[in-house]
Design a protein around this ligand. Structure first.
Ligand code: ZN
Length: 480
């Protein structure tokens, strides 16, 4: 009995062991689902952006033998978009449920392209002072990434760097040659053309010097040959040199002038300008007086009954000649008769006498002694021109006209009128004669252009004077 029971138990044990072996066999010796790409078993694949791609194939192995079965693939890969994509392969064999995965990484390996504007080699005082000529960065995947470019400044170069979203980096270098070939810039303070009276003092108004490389320029030379005791045009040359020996220079012109007549000094009226202003005073007389004062020039005003007394007072007090033109400037009244001419003249004479306490005897006929506007009264100018001289007056016509009451009034714009007046002045004056210049202080453009006319004459060495009873009279040919 005992032996039989033992035998049965042995058999049971063997069966049990056998079952356990089968169990473990089934558990561990499973079929395998392999993913195959380029003949290799894979679970991750890297492909480049836009590269052509086909899903990997697969094999099912069981005990080293291939088994065929239908496999389902889940997932897809977008090769035009950087990223990681998962493909899941699954199937069912016997009791087994098989699954395997592969990760497909779509990667961008192409770095961005940086393009530099300008030259890849430039000159500058330092790489810091180099004025950037511009650049751009374009990536195959990210597009324009110019804004992400960083610049590294080294002593002799600038390095432009940028990374795309896949961390591909590009570096471009611009070479900077440290040189300075630009001279300092000199800016003059004050006027480029300076007018100073004879024997006055020249005051240097200074300059501003800047350099592209040097923070300070100390090598400055001023060549000043101004001699204020002698009439003439002098040049002052300012020369600045930077540390790289670049030189630049600017000039200032100094006009030393003597507005006083040469009459007393040389006994000649040649080249003397007698500025005469008719028909005033007016609102423009002040500006004319200011300009004359600026250059210490004396002139002659042939006044009327218009305008303010204060303007006549100022003319007188500032040393100009206040002379007589006419009270009314009304030709038909003035030239109606000898009596009415003198009545008109006396009216304006009395006005001036009241203001200045002096009785002017220097006169100018309305329209000049050569006028034909008086022809309605035949011979009146012949009579008057003789009679005024007999009464002790000196009458002055002119031999230069700026046409400010003539041709220039037809110009349209103010600046055209100004230029017109200026051109008549420049063309009319001459060194070989005394110049009695007809102007009108009732014209705004004469007042505004007077400064330029004076500057021109001074630069050409003319002198100015007022008319006095000693001045040679300029008479026109009488036409009536
Ligand atoms: Zn007049």
């Amino acid at each position: 009995m005992k032996g039989k029971l033992f035998k049965e138990n042995i058999i049971l044990l063997i069966i049990l062991i056998f079952l356990i072996i089968i169990f473990f066999f089934l558990l561990f010796v499973r079929p395998k689902l392999l993913i195959i790409y380029n003949n290799q078993e894979v679970n991750s694949i890297n492909i480049e952006l836009n590269e052509s791609f086909k899903n990997p194939t697969y094999k099912i192995k069981y005990l080293n033998k291939n088994i065929s079965s239908k496999v389902k693939v889940n997932g897809s890969v977008n090769t035009s978009k950087v990223g990681s994509y998962e493909l899941t392969y699954s199937t069912r064999i016997f009791i087994y449920k098989l699954e395997n995965k592969v990760v497909v990484n779509v990667i961008d390996k192409i770095p961005p392209v940086i393009t530099l504007n300008g030259n890849t080699e430039s000159n500058a005082c330092s790489s810091n002072s180099y004025i950037e000529e511009g650049y751009n960065a374009i990536d195959n995947y990210d597009g324009d990434i110019t804004s992400q470019v960083t610049i590294e400044n080294n002593i002799n170069e600038r390095i432009y760097k940028v990374k795309d979203s896949s961390n591909n980096e590009t570096k471009v270098t611009r070479k900077i040659n440290i040189t300075d070939n630009e001279g300092p810039s000199i800016k003059l303070k004050g006027e480029e053309n300076v007018y100073i009276l004879l024997n006055d003092t020249y005051k240097e108004s200074g300059y501003i010097i800047e350099d592209n490389c040097d923070s300070e320029i100390t090598n400055i030379k001023i060549d000043n040959k101004v001699d204020t005791t002698k009439v003439g045009v002098y040049t002052i040359t300012y020369t600045a040199t930077d540390s790289s020996n670049n030189q630049s220079s600017v000039k200032r012109y100094v006009y030393v002038y003597n507005p006083k007549t040469s009459q007393n000094m040389t006994g000649s009226e040649k080249g003397v300008i007698y500025l005469t202003f008719d028909d005033g005073p007016s609102t423009y007389t002040t500006k004319i007086l200011d300009t004359l004062k600026k250059y210490d020039i004396k002139a002659t005003f042939f006044v009327t009954s218009s305008g303010s007394d204060s303007a006549i007072k100022r003319e007188f007090e500032e040393g100009h000649t206040v002379a007589l033109h006419t009270s009314t400037h009304n030709y038909s009244k003035v030239y109606a008769s000898v009596e009415s001419y003198f009545k008109d003249l006396e009216t304006v004479q009395n006005r001036v006498k009241k203001i200045t306490n002096e009785t002017p005897t220097i006169i100018r006929f309305p329209g000049g002694s050569s006028n034909t506007v008086s022809k309605f009264n035949k011979g009146i100018m012949t009579i008057l021109t003789n009679e005024v001289l007999e009464k002790g007056y000196h009458y002055f016509d002119w031999n230069v006209s700026v046409e400010d009451a003539g041709g220039c009034t037809k110009k349209k714009t103010t600046s055209e009128k100004e230029n017109c007046v200026y051109n008549y002045f420049v063309k009319g004056i001459s060194k070989s004669k005394m110049n009695v210049v007809l102007m009108h202080d009732v014209k705004s453009y004469t007042a505004s252009k007077l400064d330029d006319m004076i500057k021109y004459a001074l630069s050409k060495g003319y002198t100015f004077d007022k008319i006095t009873m000693d001045t040679t009279q300029i008479h026109h040919k009488v036409n009536n």
